[in-house]
Every structure is written in structure tokens, then in C-alpha cells.
Design a protein around this ligand. Structure first.
Ligand SMILES: Cc1cc2nc3c(=O)[nH]c(=O)nc-3n(C[C@H](O)[C@H](O)[C@H](O)COP(=O)(O)OP(=O)(O)OC[C@H]3O[C@@H](n4cnc5c(N)ncnc54)[C@H](O)[C@@H]3O)c2cc1C
Length: 278
């Protein structure tokens, strides 16, 4: 069951440059189609359907979709996460045209260009520092006058000549038609509005895992990510997890796919053990 669109977050990006086996990169949506084709060759059935609720209290597990109930002897939860958005004009329209939520993925496209980073936590600084490998300048725009990020990261950012900061400012609009040309900001002290010219806007204001429907059934950490052991097993025997729904750290296609492979192997072992013991 894959939701109403195939490919997850990867399909939001034009080119994936860092998935192994594609030395020239691969389209985000194309990679999803290739995954589907390969899985179907081995008998997988893909349903374009959204799950609305689950009952994991008894087996077979029940998954309620828009068009009915699915029963499952084992379940792999891979509902992913979504980067938090600023919800400002221009943000959605220019995603993939200068607006990005992943420096590792898209930084390369900003070689010798100017970028801004929105945020003030560890991710904003880590990704901002990563972007200095490509960009000529990285301007970090933060709504407060101090950073939440760790001291070591702060020190690295403050001492990097490519990084500068705009404090106490909210980004209120992303400007551009076919590509980003500037962001509009409001200074929270003076109320003054201004434009910051830029080629790219990287937004790092947190992620939200898609775990709402599992609350009260699967164990989660404080941020709502499902917790699992190294075998991808959750607190419910027979329910496994894979990808960003259980990973707030790596957040890449290759790591998510690796977790998916591990979860599938474990789910198979789980069923095989039951057959042997039956
Ligand atoms: C703009 C952007 C660019 C990126 N670029 C790169 C890159 O270049 N390289 C890289 O390695 N990583 C990149 N990433 C990160 C990468 O996309 C993710 O790490 C990866 O897609 C995570 O895979 P996942 O399957 O765990 O979750 P997701 O990709 O989030 O997929 C979750 C899937 O679950 C489905 N789903 C969710 N809820 C339900 C429900 N209730 N019912 C049914 N289905 C549901 C969704 O429809 C989706 O298909 C990028 C991310 C973004 C946002």
C-alpha cells in the first residue's frame, strides 16, 4: 500500500545523485517506478491506497484503507516522514526549482551559487556547513537571536568565512517565477521587510514522521518516530519498520531502502518460523 502517489519523498526531487548504481544520477520519480517494477517481478502487488487506521492488537493485523480492510500476517510500516514546511507563498511552487529540504541531495546543484538556509537547529547548521562545499555563500536566517544548535556546530559555522547570519527574522515569501531569485524577510524587532537575493532556499525546521495512526499501538520516541531494534522489530511481534518513519538521523533513499530490505528479510523469517512450529 503506497498512498495515492508512488515514490514517496524521493519523487519530489528532480534527480537523485547519491543512490548507488546510477553514476549519472536518476530521476526521483523514475527511481520509484524502477523499485515498483522490480518488486512486481517478484510478485509484489502495489495498491495506490491510503491507510487510515490499523488494529495491531490481534493477528491477522487489520489495515483500513479508503476502499476496504486489508489483513496481514506481518506488517512492515514504511510511511516515512515529511519535512516541515514554512507554509509561505512561493514555497510549494518553487520546490525543486531552488527550494529544497535536503542539502546532501541538492547541494551539488548550487555550485558557485548563493543560498540561504532557514532554521537554527543542528540540521540547519550541519546542512548549511555542508552547502559551503558548493555554494559561494550560505546565509542562515533564524527567527531568534541565538541558535539552538550544539556549541561545536555553532563554532564551526561562526568561523566559516562562507557563512553569515540574519537574526530575528522570519522568511515570509520565496520569490521567483521559474526559479528562486530572492526571499522576503521581516525583521521581528523593527517590523521592517526586505528582500535577500539568492539562488536557493534550504529549509530545515524539523521533520514530522507519518505515525499518527500507530499511536498507542507501536512504541515511539519523543519526536513520534517508531522505535525498533536492529532487526527492525517493533514492540508488536510481526510488525516491522523501515525507512524514515523510524529514522530521524540518516534520512536518505539508500539507508531507507537498506532498512526495507532488512525488514523484509525479518518478516520472512518470522513467517517461516511460524510454519516450522505449526
Ligand atoms: C525534496 C527532497 C529531496 C530529496 N532528495 C534526496 C536525494 O537526492 N537522495 C537521497 O538519498 N534522499 C533524498 N531525500 C530523502 C529521501 O527522499 C527519503 O529519505 C526517502 O524517500 C525515505 O523513504 P521512506 O520510504 O522511508 O519514506 P517516504 O519517502 O516518506 O515514503 C513514505 C511512503 O509511505 C506512503 N504513505 C505515508 N502514509 C501512508 C498511509 N497512511 N497510507 C499509505 N501509504 C502511506 C507515502 O505515500 C510514501 O509512498 C529527499 C527528500 C526530499 C523531501
Amino acid at each position: 500500500m503506497t498512498g495515492i502517489e508512488l515514490g514517496g519523498q524521493a519523487a519530489l526531487t528532480h534527480t537523485i545523485e547519491n543512490y548507488p548504481g546510477f553514476p549519472d544520477g536518476v530521476g526521483g520519480a523514475e527511481l520509484g517506478e524502477l523499485f515498483q517494477k522490480q518488486a512486481e517481478r517478484f510478485g509484489a502487488k502495489v495498491e495506490f491506497e491510503t491507510a487510515n487506521s490499523v488494529d495491531l492488537s490481534v493477528r491477522p493485523f487489520k489495515v483500513n484503507g479508503d476502499s476496504g480492510e486489508y489483513l496481514a500476517d506481518t506488517l512492515i510500516v514504511g510511511t516515512g516522514a515529511r519535512p516541515n514546511h514554512l507554509e509561505i507563498p512561493g514555497e510549494y511552487e518553487l520546490t525543486g526549482k531552488g527550494v529544497s529540504y535536503c542539502a546532501t541531495c541538492d547541494g551539488w546543484f548550487f555550485k558557485d551559487k548563493k543560498v540561504v538556509v532557514v532554521g537554527g537547529g543542528d540540521s540547519a547548521l550541519e546542512e548549511g556547513l555542508f552547502l559551503t562545499r558548493f555554494a559561494t555563500s550560505v546565509t542562515i536566517i533564524h527567527r531568534r537571536d541565538s541558535l539552538r544548535a550544539g556549541k561545536v556546530l555553532q563554532h564551526r559555522a561562526f568561523s566559516n568565512p562562507k557563512v553569515d547570519f540574519i537574526w530575528n527574522s522570519l522568511v515570509t515569501e520565496v520569490i521567483g517565477t521559474d526559479k528562486v531569485t530572492a526571499v522576503k524577510i521581516t525583521n521581528l524587532d523593527s517590523g521592517l521587510e526586505s528582500e535577500v537575493p539568492t539562488d536557493g532556499v534550504f529549509i530545515f525546521i524539523g521533520h514530522t514522521p507519518n505515525t499518527q495512526m500507530f499511536k498507542g499501538q507501536l512504541d515511539m520516541d519523543d519526536l513520534g518516530y517508531i522505535t525498533a531494534n536492529h532487526l527492525m522489530e517493533t514492540n508488536v511481534p510481526g510488525v516491522f519498520v523501515a525507512g524514515e518513519v523510524a529514522d530521524s538521523h540518516f534520512r536518505q533513499v539508500v539507508t531507507s531502502a537498506g532498512m526495507g530490505a532488512a525488514a523484509a528479510i525479518q518478516a520472512t523469517h518470522f513467517l517461516e518460523k511460524e510454519t516450522v512450529n505449526a
